[in-house]
Design a protein around this ligand. Structure first.
Ligand SMILES: C=CC1=C(C)c2cc3[nH]c(cc4nc(cc5[nH]c(cc1n2)c(C)c5CCC(=O)O)C(CCC(=O)O)=C4C)c(C)c3C=C
Ligand SMILES: [Fe+2]
Ligand SMILES: [Fe+2]
Length: 339
């Protein structure tokens, strides 16, 4: 029996499943106004800067947003993708989404991507998925190591948007995947590929984005998850423990951040006679200003200025086959019972 809907009934779409990849966000341009807009949104997030607003806002609007946009814009300028006029983070996130979508073409699954800060926004992409009939949505924050500043901020934004809706979709969120075998295998392969045909470097540095040290004391598991990824990667490679170090980069502000810091470690290695190092940054699924400018340009210079000779930067997983295989296996696992 077919049900006849009244002529003024809203359109009913065939149910679909949505997958939303979410990355941090990035400015629309490296000019100072674009940088200021991006940094203002990012650094006003209470998940990122946990200080009370009355204390933080005068510093943010009085000092940070008057000085940092220009300085950070210069860093973005060095790594900007001229052909598509966008940052590498946006380019690779879109590529990952497009390539993942092809793996689900025949399965009634829509794959989209969004940025936590800037565009395309999470609310816009949730609305697009809903408009396409997706009433079951998997949120896939592209952060292998959970932290409140990143993963929780994505989830907050998703649920804040859902709070405005009458008809909410069912939501699943991807857990931290810092110890997933497919992720560790992809990292290990990328190290082997990057070092193929060259002499094994004296030291392998595994660099993660830093976080304020107090977040560890407050119970954020990020530090432990980074250490675990590092240990599993070293095991997978069979790399000697005394020639492998986990470090933390991108310190922001005057407070203590997670240690050891990347820059002094690189300097000390070079000064201590280490001639060749390789550097991987497993906490970033896509190359971005923090990897391409800070590590591949900045730390290479620090190493060479202090007596080091060979610095190898190992690219992020980006949209390689291994990366898409990993994203597909994580997605299929999380969609179990829905597909
Ligand atoms: C991978 C996980 C990340 C964590 C954890 C993280 C914490 C964190 N970051 C800042 C401040 C800044 N981060 C900036 C850039 C940036 N951060 C991440 C990821 C993490 N951040 C990425 C992927 C990027 C690059 C974005 C891109 O467009 O390429 C920046 C902007 C650049 C700059 O001005 O230096 C700032 C600022 C804090 C304070 C923080 C934890 C509390
Ligand atoms: Fe950051
Ligand atoms: Fe820890």
């Amino acid at each position: 029996m077919t049900t006849v809907l009244p002529p003024d009934h809203p359109t009913v779409l065939n149910p679909r499943i949505g997958v939303l990849l979410v990355n941090l966000g990035t400015p629309d341009g490296y000019d100072t106004p674009s940088m200021r807009r991006y940094l203002a949104e990012f650094l006003s997030d209470p998940r990122v800067i946990e200080a009370p607003k009355w204390l933080w806002y005068p510093i943010l609007h009085g000092i940070i947003l008057t000085t940092r946009p220009k300085k950070s814009g210069q860093a973005y300028r060095k790594i900007w993708m001229r052909e598509t006029n966008e940052s590498p983070l946006r380019f690779y996130t879109r590529e990952q989404s497009n390539r993942l979508a092809t793996r689900f073409e025949t399965e009634n699954v829509a794959v989209e991507w969004a940025m936590r800060y800037g565009s395309p926004s999470i609310p816009d992409k949730l609305d697009a998925l809903l408009a396409a009939g997706c009433h079951r949505i998997l949120i896939l924050p592209l952060y292998p190591q959970y932290s409140a500043a990143t993963t929780a901020s994505v989830q907050d934004t998703v649920f804040a948007h859902l709070a405005t809706l009458r008809r909410q979709p069912a939501i699943r969120t991807l857990p931290s995947f810092h110890d997933e075998p497919s992720y560790i295998a992809a990292l290990a392969n990328s190290v082997r590929d990057s070092l193929k045909g060259a002499e094994t470097p004296d030291h392998l540095l595994c660099s993660f984005h830093g976080m304020p040290r107090e977040t560890l004391d407050k119970g954020d598991p990020y530090h432990c998850f980074c250490q675990k990824t590092g240990r599993l990667l070293r095991d997978a490679l069979g790399w000697p423990e005394d020639r492998f170090t986990v470090v933390f980069q991108s310190r922001f502000g005057p407070k203590e951040w997670l240690q050891p810091y990347a820059e002094p470690t690189v300097r000390d290695l070079a000064k201590g006679g280490t001639k060749s190092i390789a550097m991987i940054s497993p906490g970033f699924v896509s190359d971005c200003v923090e990897t391409l400018e800070e590590l591949a340009i900045g730390l290479k210079e620090v190493f060479e200025e202090n007596g080091g000779e060979h610095f190898t930067y190992i690219p992020c997983l980006n949209a390689t086959d291994a990366s898409i295989d990993m994203l597909e296996s994580l997605t299929r696992r999380e969609l179990s019972g829905w597909l």
